[in-house]
Structures are given as structure tokens and as C-alpha cells.
Write a protein that binds this ligand. Sequence first.
Ligand code: G6Q
Length: 565
Amino acid sequence: MRRAQSGSLSLRLLSFLRLPVKSLQTAPAWQALQNHADQLTPKHLRELFKTEPKRFERFCHVLGDLVVDFSKNRITSETVTLLFDLAAASDLEGWRAKMFAGERINITEHRAALHTALRNRSNKPVMFDGQDVMPAVNAVLDQMKTFVGAVRAGEWLGASGERITDVVNIGIGGSDLGPSMACEALTPYGGEVNVHFVSNIDGSQIAEILDRLDPVSTLFIVASKTFTTQETLTNAQTARQWVVDRFSDDAIQKHFVAVSSNADAVTAFGINPKNMFQIWDWVGGRFSLWSAIGLPIALSIGMERFEEMLDGAHAMDEHFRNEPLESNIPVIMAMIGIWNINFLDAACHAVLPYDQYLHQLPAYLQQLEMESNGKAVSRDGDVLTAKTSPVVFGEPGTTGQHAFYQLLHQGSRIVSADFIAPVVSHNPLGDHHAILLANFLAQTEALMNGRTDAEAQTRLEATGLSGDSLEALLPHTVFAGNRPTTSILVKRIDPRTLGMLIALYEHKVFIQGIIWGINSFDQWGVELGKQLANTILPALKDDASTDDHDASTQGLIDHIKRLRK
Ligand code: G6Q
């Protein structure tokens, strides 16, 4: 058995552990793609568009109001065929069946990944451990409906009989990012209650929010699957004290509800178990906004609209499950991602929504992709020699254009990008939306075409430049182009299209995990920091000197103690 010693980055990073190695690159399907990449790489996207008049028709796919154009990626029909061969060699269809069937595909935690059951609008049985999970899913949806109806109608009253005007969701990671992103994205549908989010342990966040609110009309959702997360419990205790200071312990019942799988801890906190919304082990945190973790979304937009979001996700699930690979949008998206990362060496992936309401989408997808596939060890515990998740980042257009797009256009690295835009704006003000869409289109065209030196020269000559000054400026105004982008259009950002969009990315992440042979559903990387923080806290709290840490950490602890005096 080969041991990790040298070679790829993961090998170098993990070499001191001397784990066994898994080389995906030796598989025939992988090698065929590598050979194809060697032949295709010299070809420029401009050339591909010139030689294939039907390129857009060939690579653009439509599902309802969703249009996904892959044609500005550096692919040909042969690329896609070879990528499907790789998918087949990885038994993608077998793994897909296992996921939908509730098998324990999260092997390190011995759990299923059944987020698709949460939006199974067909209501067909989904079996887990010999039991249909749908009755439990539907019961929680009913509980949410009753609660959401009562709060929005002003029937759920606070301790002094006031109606609830503000809801604060206290959670972190998967118990925060999804609902927060979706509430922002669906702002035009919100209104009945104001929803706020507290996630950070930094007291400044909760302090600022509580400062603006009144306990008499504020309701807290403590959202924590485990109900053991340090940040969430600390914030929840602070909120609890804020309510108790205004009323008394009895008021907790009227001002706190919980979303959790840990009924004992919820009860110990003082929340009535009747006001707990159940989530299950088979829902991963970052895949959980479809569950009661989505309660703030339902409170903000109403239960009917929340269910429209589930409908949209379900439509994407059905498409992923039934559509042949050739026209299966999540499969194509995932496999082109594999192509960009593993064969074109794209280390970063930008998510660029041309919609201000989607401004949290990049942060949400950062967790979805990087926590799921930011791993260098395979399902079987072998060090992977292939690259896995890219670094995901992004900002809404056009704001980002004036910041980091420079690197996308002229940087020394290939960055792949998804451009996302609604065709219809919720705020049709003058020319704003037309200008926004013009920028959306112009950017992908520019990234694809670039600007040759002949074109750059013509432009400079037109400004009156010539001779040495022209020669000096010319290299700076040339754009290599050939940068891979995918354009995603939706009619408008509404609950249904948002549901489709998020489910599309969830499936993309799952598929890529299968190709790399990793478990996309655990997150051991998050654990180490949590444990270390707990060992350092006592050293910071009291003034007793400690020397349990490395010189740097110890030195910083000493400076913190000195500076806070
Ligand atoms: C997501 C992760 C992680 C998790 C948070 C909050 O997939 O598991 O982000 O959601 O650590 O966990 P709790 O909901 O248990 O507080």
C-alpha cells in the first residue's frame, strides 16, 4: 500500500500522518479526461463559439423558470461525454439512489442524509430504519403552520399580552446561514413580523440587536440541533436574562421556542417541550433550512410561501432523480465543476448574484460547498491525490465588479464563476434593472472573449496613442479571456425559484463528493477549533499563569491579559 509522502498538496499536508493514498487520477475515466484536457486546453472559448454555431442550444438547459447556460465553459460535447463516463465509473446513479432511499451514506457519523424527505411534496413514503419518516415530517410542518399562523395573526402573545412584532433566531452555522440567507432573499414577501439573526459569540451582535427591540413584543427561536453549541447557548442565556430582567422566569414560555433534536436540554433551558420543533439526526445542519430550522423563513413570509419553497426544491429533486444525465442540470453543473477544478486547475469559484436580495447567497454556499467537500481524505480514510472543493467566495453584482473582478479578468489564476440573475426585478425603478442585466451579460462575455492585443491596439490608437506610449500601455489592456463561467437566469427570485436554486447547489455538492469519493455530510474539521477554545477559555478567564500552550499561543494569551488591564 502506498503511503502519503510527497506529490500533491494533500499528500504533503498529511504526509506526517502516513495514511494510505487513493489516487483517482489512475482510473481510466480520469485519464481519458486528462488526455482530452491536454488536447483541448490550447483552444480558446472564442474559437469554440466560432466553430460551433449551435453551442448555446447544445449547452443551455431549461427547467421551468430556470435557465442554466453552460456554454461559456471550456467544454465540448466530448468533454461532457467523458465527464459522464467518470460519473458512471463513480457509480453516481447508485449513490443517488442510496441518498434518496435514506441509506446511512454519512458513514463517519452513521447517519442518512435525508434533506430531500423534508420537501418530499409527493408524500410518498421515505423509509429510514424500516420506518416511514413522512408522518413525522408532516407533523412538524403542521406544528409550524399553527405556530406561524398564531404569531402572524397576533394571537401568540407575550407575557404582558402584547403581540409579537420581532423574532430573533439564535443559531449558528447550518442553524443560521440558510434561514438568514432565505429571509433576505425573500424580503419582498416578508412583512408581518421582523426577523433578526444572532449567530456570533461576539456580544456586540446580540447587544446591537437587543438594543433596538422591546422584550414585550420579542420572541426568540433557539435553533440548535444538538442544543450544546457554545455560541448559541451563550447567546440564548443572554437573551433569556434580558427577558427575565423585564418579566420573570415564567415569561420564558411565552418568549422562547426551540428547534432541536435534544428535548432534554431544551427543557432544562426552561422552554416548554410543546414549543420545541423537532429535527432529526438524518438532517445535516447545512442542509436543514427545509426543516423547522426554516421557522424564521416561515414566520417572515408565511407558511404557504415557505411551502412554495419546498415545492421548488422538490421539483429540483425530481429532476435530479429522474432526468437522464445528458440533460440533468445538477449533474452537468457538478461535472463541469469537476472539469474546472481537476483538469483546468481552477482553485477558486465565485458566486456572483446580480440581485441585492441574494447578497448572502455566497456566504451560504461557502458553507455548503466548503464544509461538505473541503476534505482531503476519502470515505475509506485514504489521502486523496486529487483536488477537492474550491475556495468559494462572492459578492452581488455590480458591487463586486468594482472590487475583485480585476483578478477574474486579468489575474494569474483561473477562477470559475456562476453568474445568477432574475429577469424581473421586485423594484422596477427606471433603468436600474436593465443596467444590472446589461452588466451581468457584459461580464460573462468579456470573461469569455477577452481582448486580443490587436483589439487592444486598435482601441488605444482610437484614443490617439501611438509609438512608445502605446507599446508601454498595450500589455496592461490585453485580456486573455477564456475564463469559464455559467450563467443562471430565473424569472424572479420568489420562494419557488429560490427553493430550486438551493436544491440545485445541494445536489451539485453531493455529486462532486461522490466523484471525489468523500463523505460530504460530516464536518470533523470544525471540531478541533471548538475543543481547543474550551481548553483556552479557563486560561483567559482567571489570571493564573498557564504554560500548556505553544510559545505563540501562550505569548498571545499573556498580551491579552496585559492589554485588558
Ligand atoms: C453544518 C454544521 C454546523 C452546525 C452548527 C450548529 O452542517 O453541522 O454548521 O449547523 O455547528 O450546530 P447546532 O445546530 O447543533 O447548534
